[in-house]
Unconditional design. Structure first.
Length: 64
């Protein structure tokens, strides 16, 4: 493929992708809100991990 044709196809595809990306762009939120939700997510992960660690485990192997 010629370099000129390749460049034209690349430019056309790049502009299509940019148009699609702007259609799906999320609304901008403040840094404070994003940090707050990140801390909530981390806290939820930590609590579920501690619950799993303290839960009694049943033995999967039963000797005959």
């Amino acid at each position: 493929m010629h370099a000129d044709v390749h460049h034209l196809l690349h430019a056309a595809r790049a502009s299509e992708l940019q148009c699609e990306a702007t259609a799906f762009r999320l609304p901008r939120t403040s840094l404070r809100t994003r940090v707050g939700w990140t801390l909530v997510e981390v806290g939820l992960r930590l609590t579920t991990q501690s619950r799993e660690a303290t839960a009694p485990r049943t033995a999967a192997f039963h000797p005959a």
